[in-house]
Design a protein around this ligand. Structure first.
Ligand SMILES: *[C@@H]1O[C@H](CO)[C@@H](O)[C@H](O)[C@H]1NC(C)=O
Ligand SMILES: *[C@@H]1O[C@H](CO)[C@@H](O)[C@H](O)[C@H]1NC(C)=O
Ligand SMILES: *[C@@H]1O[C@H](CO)[C@@H](O)[C@H](O)[C@H]1NC(C)=O
Ligand SMILES: *[C@@H]1O[C@H](CO)[C@@H](O)[C@H](O)[C@H]1NC(C)=O
Ligand SMILES: *[C@@H]1O[C@H](CO)[C@@H](O)[C@H](O)[C@H]1NC(C)=O
Ligand SMILES: *[C@@H]1O[C@H](CO)[C@@H](O)[C@H](O)[C@H]1NC(C)=O
Length: 666
């Protein structure tokens, strides 16, 4: 059976689109009329299909009534996890230039606990939006039930400078890019007679009735989340090149690839390439399924929405708990869960490739199958390391770095350009590794001063870790060190006493300050810098999350490294980092800490979640070297250079590096 477009409503909407030339609001009314005839089981209707009409997906998601038991359970978990959130009080009055993120977290939770919702979706959506708009990708609500589809518009946008002026455009490589989504996607548009190919490179004047850049700001404010800095969020609205897993990819961007399926179309005013005439085009969305297979409403709930064996944490002291743990990384004397600082970008689940014609044509030095791709530019002086993330194979990241640096040195390269575009972070210790490798081991500790929140349950967690001799947990003193580099004794209680911290007039005690233990690394690190550090520069689009933000910040704060950020909206700043906590704990992680420390029955402990979801939080703060009273997340650190993307560079990393080398190494 053909999986898409074969149903009656799709055809009806297709005819409507064809008949009305895509620009009449009757169209949507007609589409809505068609799908308003409720199927007996709205989920059965779309079962087994890889691509579906957003309205059909939405009907399935909205078919579950609001349930007070689930709300109470979720809000109890969320509220008690917020007790561990290191940035809570900063939100009462977010310091400039991050004012947009100001939020009264407890007030919002109270509002959500009392609001009237018709459906379970409505409750979850409100909670998602509130948490997402804290603009800290480490702290967010991910309900698997409602993150089970992704809406895709065949019109991703970028901001490009052409003839000296910046404008919003539909991506010029639209045909190459959208074709890679597959014929199950594109045949839908063929069927309804919508010619998306003619939109490639069109100049966009307005979207949904607003000036194009204003609409981009609107998406950055209401939908993008993840990054404290507004300018960084603007760049995540646009399409961009990136590495997902170990492959070159192009991101749809938050305008064209939203997480929710509540939009059926978006109206653009644009001027197609080769035309001078402004036209209004209603562009339809078509959604892709990214959840677990189901056959009907009951199995959709069971497989996507109800808690499963991986939802909640485990007691690591039991055999079962030990088996469920991910492999530990050997970091110094003990083995512990690897500290991570990483974004959760749902758009990476079904990533689309960067069309091969835009991928680098230079040979990779020491061809790596890992997250780092390295090249020597034709000038023979510049080595490039495109560091796609700090995730993946922990050891290969290090051996790839060694290989790249060796190859650069052998070739007589004198300057190094590091590309961190769309780097979502990963292992905290790999960020410290890359800095250490470039700065040399003589430089010493490559991390930040760090703290966790000293709430009453956290105080008990450390005390119980010591009493139970735990070493394989995050709260165990065995896994941290004094700021002078001496490891904590296994019985060193770094929460006794807690240290006072007052933020926005509210007391929020923290742990004593401590450092990461990342050494020894798996490869030998040179004692001194392999390249003159003044000849190391960094480019990105600012969407550099977490471990990437920490690596960038340490390069800026300790070495004054030259940064160039590309893209953004003309006239608006873009920071080179936008999500700069020190470590994230997923819901299952903090629950595992609580269960392993025998505190699950403590009155302050959260219950198990009844639904399949994750409420992650920023568990540790990294403090700035510039000002040890401020988290790096709240220190504005702007790049020295800012460039617009051009049609030659926005999707072509090699062209971008070639240009950047001429600007950064003058
Ligand atoms: C296209 O859709 C059909 C039916 O849903 C499915 O069997 C097939 O695997 C899909 N193809 C791709 C490439 O996803
Ligand atoms: C609400 O959810 C709980 C927990 O899953 C379930 O036991 C109960 O039956 C649900 N209530 C309704 C009215 O569906
Ligand atoms: C840029 O200038 C060229 C030559 O004058 C012109 O053909 C082209 O349409 C211009 N492009 C835009 C987007 O203004
Ligand atoms: C790759 O790097 C390793 C380690 O530096 C080196 O031994 C090897 O010769 C390199 N291979 C190539 C093809 O350059
Ligand atoms: C923890 O270690 C100490 C010292 O080795 C020992 O006395 C104590 O019994 C251990 N506690 C547990 C719960 O294993
Ligand atoms: C580091 O600091 C701790 C705590 O103040 C102290 O006990 C330890 O001796 C120091 N280590 C060194 C090498 O100075």
């Amino acid at each position: 059976m053909l999986g898409l477009g074969a149903s009656g409503p799709a055809l009806a909407i297709g005819l409507a689109f064809a008949a009305l030339g895509f620009s009449d609001s009757v169209l949507l009314a007609r589409g809505a009329t068609v799908s308003a005839k409720p199927a007996a089981d709205p989920c059965a209707k779309i079962a087994g299909q890889t691509f579906v009409l957003p309205a059909d997906a939405f009907a399935c998601q909205k078919s579950f009534p609001f349930n007070q038991t689930l709300r109470s359970n979720v809000l109890e978990v969320v509220s008690r996890v917020f007790d561990f959130y290191t940035f809570e009080e900063y939100y009462l009055r977010s310091p400039p230039p991050f004012q947009e993120s100001t939020s009264n977290i407890r007030g919002e939770l109270d509002r959500i606990s009392k609001a009237h919702y018709a459906t379970d979706y409505d409750f979850n959506r409100d909670l998602y939006d509130f948490a997402h708009q804290l603009n800290d990708g480490h702290t967010a609500w991910f309900p698997a039930c409602y993150n089970s589809f992704q809406n895709l518009l065949p019109a991703p946008i970028v901001s490009l400078e052409v003839n000296g002026t910046q404008n919003v455009f539909i991506i010029p490589d639209l045909v190459e890019f959208i074709s890679l989504v597959g014929t199950n996607y594109t045949s839908f548009f063929d069927k309804i007679g919508f010619d998306w190919k003619r939109l490639a490179g069109a100049k966009v004047l307005s979207i949904a009735g607003r000036n194009a850049y204003d609409y981009v700001d609107h998406i950055a404010t209401t939908a993008s989340g993840n990054y404290l800095d507004h300018g960084v969020r603007v760049n995540s609205v646009f399409s961009s090149y990136r590495i997902v897993n170990t492959d070159f990819s192009q991101r749809f961007g938050d305008l064209a690839g939203p997480v929710f399926v509540d939009q059926n179309s978006l109206t653009f005013t644009l001027i197609p390439v080769g035309s001078t005439r402004e036209e209004t085009v209603e562009i339809p969305f078509f959604a892709t399924f990214v959840g677990m297979p189901f056959t009907d409403k009951a199995s959709f709930w069971a497989n996507n929405c109800a808690a499963n064996s991986a939802t909640n944490g485990v007691d690591l002291k039991t055999q079962q708990g030990q088996q469920r743990q991910t492999p530990h990384i050997q970091t110094g004397p003990t083995s512990r869960p690897p500290a991570k600082g990483v974004i959760m970008d749902l758009s990476a689940i079904k990533a689309v490739a960067l069309p091969p014609t835009f991928q680098p044509t230079l040979p990779q030095v020491n061809a790596s199958a890992g997250v780092i791709k390295s090249y020597i530019l034709p000038d023979k002086k510049t080595g490039v390391m495109f560091v796609g993330s700090f995730e993946g194979d922990f050891v290969q990241f290090q051996t790839d770095t060694v290989s790249a640096v060796d190859a650069f040195q052998k070739a007589g390269v004198s300057r190094v350009l590091i590309d961190l575009t769309d780097n979502g972070g990963g292992f905290v210790c790999l960020g410290e590794f890359l800095h250490q490798y470039l700065a040399g081991s003589n430089f010493g500790y490559a991390g930040f001063q760090s703290t966790a929140r000293g709430n009453p349950l956290a105080v008990k967690l450390v005390a119980n870790n010591i009493a139970l001799n735990l070493t394989n947990t995050n709260y165990s003193p065995a896994n941290w060190q004094f700021l002078n580099g001496t490891a904590f004794d296994e019985t060193h209680n770094y929460m006794d006493p807690t240290e006072p911290l007052v933020v926005n007039g509210v007391s929020n005690p923290t742990s004593q300050r401590f450092g990461d233990i990342c050494t020894p690394f798996n490869v030998p690190v040179p004692a001194t810098p392999p390249f003159d550090l003044s000849q190391v520069a960094i480019v990105s689009n600012g969407d550099c999350a977490s471990t990437c933000a920490m690596f960038s910040t340490v390069m800026n704060e300790r070495h004054g490294t030259k940064f160039a950020v590309f893209g953004g909206k003309p006239g608006e700043n873009v920071e080179f980092k936008g999500m700069a906590g020190n470590q994230v704990l997923e819901w299952a992680d903090i629950d595992t800490e609580i269960k392993t420390a025998n505190l699950k029955n403590d009155p302050l402990a959260p219950p198990d979640l009844l639904v399949n979801a994750n409420f992650r939080h920023n568990w540790r703060t990294a403090w700035s070297y510039f000002d040890e009273t401020r988290p790096i997340a709240y220190v504005s650190e702007l790049p020295k250079l800012r460039f617009a993307y051009t049609p030659e560079t926005y999707n072509n990393p090699q062209n971008l590096w070639t240009f950047a080398a001429t600007q950064l190494f003058k």
